[in-house]
Design a binder for this molecule. Structure first.
Ligand code: GUN
Length: 282
């Protein structure tokens, strides 16, 4: 049976390091500050935002939460971002996605000051990731890399397959694996011979948003399988991987919940600390 990768434990270690560095920073008179914007009442987003606030308090950050009604206009949202861009005590700004359909996530992302873009979604920061010159870590992919590292796996020369090509996970994930010397294939809904490609993967990262999409016959014996999925099945949280069957074949696998999810928040804390240090030359 595979090693079950404990995302909660790895996340705790990252957050403990951030908390320790925050203490030292506070002695220099700097408290990292994060502003989180939530538009509308998506229940999953409400949970994510609450967890981000909780994590801020635990590592000793200052945080502000803005809950806006679902009928907020683009102009109102833009005005809030402008205000937060100018606020000295706020080092990081995060607008929880997805936004209600009448609002443009592209417009909001581009409006956030790149120096405060702790999601690393701004085109300037995405460009920096592309050339391997990270200003901010793309949170979920960076969390996945920490989990892979925790298994002692060296990616050099290994075949890594990413399922999904989203801007938030799939694309930056591919870049991080590539920079770690993996040979990377990105698959998506139009990919042919998907099963075969997956079966060749030494490292398989699933980010497709479909419950139990990755079945046991798609996994190479001994592969490291990372599940980014967060799906609801009969009210229960469920990943993109058929965990019970795949765990018998993989050498290491992340559970859902308790795998990638806690890592995203830990990396967000890391980015907010980085932002605070840079903005204060600390
Ligand atoms: N929605 C799902 N994941 C994320 C994330 O990492 N950041 C933001 N802002 N919204 C998300």
């Amino acid at each position: 049976m595979a090693q079950i990768i404990d995302g909660k434990a790895v996340s705790r270690a990252v957050r403990a390091r951030v908390a320790q560095e925050t203490l030292a920073l506070k002695e220099q008179g700097v408290t990292p500050g994060l502003a989180v914007i939530l538009v509308g009442e998506d229940p999953a987003s409400q949970v994510y935002v609450r967890n981000k606030e909780k994590a801020c308090a635990e590592v000793g950050f200052y945080s502000e939460k803005y809950t806006l009604p679902a009928d907020t206009t683009q102009a109102q949202l833009n005005a809030l971002v402008d205000e937060l861009n100018g606020k000295k005590e706020i080092n990081g700004i995060l607008c929880q996605l997805p936004l209600p359909p009448h609002l443009s996530d592209k417009e909001v992302i581009a409006r956030i000051d790149p120096a405060k873009d702790v999601d690393a979604f701004h085109p300037e920061n995405v460009g920096a990731i592309m050339i391997g010159d990270y200003r901010f870590l793309p949170c979920t992919p960076a969390g996945v890399m920490e989990l892979i590292r925790s298994t002692g796996t060296d990616l050099t020369g290994k075949r890594a397959v990413v399922l999904g090509r989203s801007n938030i996970v799939g694309k930056p994930m591919a870049m991080l694996l590539l920079h770690a010397n993996g040979t990377v294939t990105v698959c998506h809904s139009k990919t042919k011979n998907l099963k075969e490609i997956c079966r060749n993967a030494d490292i398989l990262v699933a980010a497709v948003g479909k419950a139990k999409f990755v079945t046991e016959d798609m996994v190479k014996p001994g592969a490291v399988v990372i599940d980014v999925g967060m799906n609801r099945e009969n009210g229960k949280l469920c990943g993109d991987v058929d965990f019970d069957a795949v765990k018998e074949k993989a050498s290491a696998i992340t559970p859902v919940p308790g795998g990638v999810g806690p890592m995203t928040i830990a990396m967000l804390m890391q980015n907010t600390l980085t932002a605070a240090k840079r903005q204060n030359n600390a």
